[in-house]
Design a binder for this molecule. Structure first.
Ligand code: ADE
Length: 274
């Protein structure tokens, strides 16, 4: 799966995702992370990408053109990769691209192939969850658009954004951390990213239940012992105990999820009876 991130801070994305599991997934080629600097696409001589808001008010607004050009560059690179059947997304250099594209009018001018989804990170978006992560993990390419300052000119958002997404009801200084959160959650559902493909299926939220507690050595730590059932070697009892723990945890910590679990399971048993 290929992630393309339109941002003013590409190093933040690359540094954040190059370690641990996502870093290894990049090395293995299970995911690619293509952080594109919106500033590289400005035609303004001082390299500005923002300006004062029409109508007044505090802060600066990101201008539409650099964002649109960066988007178009990414879409072109995806299309040419698909046409040529090559795996690298950097088939065209940015400089080469910028000089070759002078007249940009609207979205429909971009190639004639399928347009990828463009996810704009904004506190005004739909709140991200595991179901959305699962759905997005099926895409071959995803573009994330990260805003800064007081946001991005509305016109370019209308032209390119397919999904407005938030990671929660709080306001961050930019879209980079939210994009990284989403990329992390989506990546671990992509085949080949986790060592063991099934492990992503049986974790918290996979069926609206939280994960059961885990233990490792030593058997006794500061007077606290590992529950005996986990040492019994009796897999059926272990599964039963884990399920009970998941249920207890969910009821106690996330009553909202528990309600959904009960609703979904009563629907399911109703359907089975029919
Ligand atoms: N940008 C700023 N705050 C955000 C949030 N909570 N979610 C997504 N993008 C954001």
């Amino acid at each position: 799966m290929n992630f393309h991130i339109l941002t003013l801070f590409p190093e933040m994305i690359v540094d954040g995702l190059s370690t641990s599991i996502t870093g290894r997934a990049m090395e293995k080629g299970a995911i690619t992370v293509n952080a594109v600097n919106i500033r590289d696409f400005t035609t303004e001589k001082h390299g500005h990408v923002d300006d004062y808001p029409y109508g007044g008010g505090a802060g600066m607004v990101m201008q539409p053109d650099p964002v649109y050009r960066a988007y178009e560059y990414v879409v072109e690179s995806i299309n040419s990769r698909q046409r040529d059947g090559i795996t690298s997304v950097e088939s065209t250099g940015i400089d080469e691209y910028i000089t070759s594209c002078d007249s940009i009018t609207n979205n429909s001018e971009i190639g004639n192939t399928k347009k990828p989804r463009v996810v704009y990170m904004t506190p005004q978006g739909k709140v991200f969850n595991q179901n959305i992560a699962r759905e997005l993990s099926k895409e071959e390419d995803l573009i994330f658009l990260c805003g800064h300052y007081e946001g991005i000119d509305e016109r370019v958002l209308e032209m390119i954004v397919t999904d407005n997404m938030s990671i929660g009801d709080y306001v961050l200084t930019g879209g980079e951390l939210p994009a990284m959160v989403m990329i992390d959650a989506i990546s671990r559902l992509v085949p080949g990213v986790l060592g063991n493909d099934i492990s992503s299926e049986f974790e918290s939220f996979s069926e609206n239940l939280l994960e059961y507690p885990q233990y490792t050595r030593p058997y006794e730590y500061m007077g606290r012992k590992v529950p005996d059932v986990l040492l019994s070697g009796h897999h059926k009892n272990i599964d039963k105990w884990r399920h009970e723990q998941s249920v207890e945890r969910t009821k106690e910590r996330r009553p909202d999820l528990w309600e959904k679990y009960v609703k979904d399971n009563s629907k399911l048993s109703g359907n089975l009876k029919k």
